[in-house]
Ligand binder design. Sequence first.
Ligand SMILES: [Zn+2]
Length: 130
Amino acid sequence: MLRLKKKRTIRIKSPQIRKIRNELRILLQRAISSELNKLSDEESKLQQSNGFWDENHPSYETLHREMRKLTSQGNNLRYAYNASILKCPVCMKIDKDMTFNPILEKWYCVDCYEDNKTFQIKQGHPELYP
Ligand SMILES: [Zn+2]
């Protein structure tokens, strides 16, 4: 994953480019959602496998190893999505210009970033939003 060390704002002025950006974000979100559904279906199938709920069954360890792998894949994908530039984690909007917070290592829309910054300054934590 790309690691940024500085605050960075990406603004797109052209309405055509904004439209393409927003549609790409929707496409990527659909792909992520589809992958998470697939992982969830695989987890359900594993849970219905013979031996999944029986510690003494010969397949128990293999099934649970596979389950841990699927759970880890899902967690990694959710983590990457939540830290991504695809949507603002506060207002959930996907059609906004975004600012990267290098302290929290997350992207926020420019409006939520400024709101959070103002709030954290009042709370005595200006270091959280450079
Ligand atoms: Zn926002």
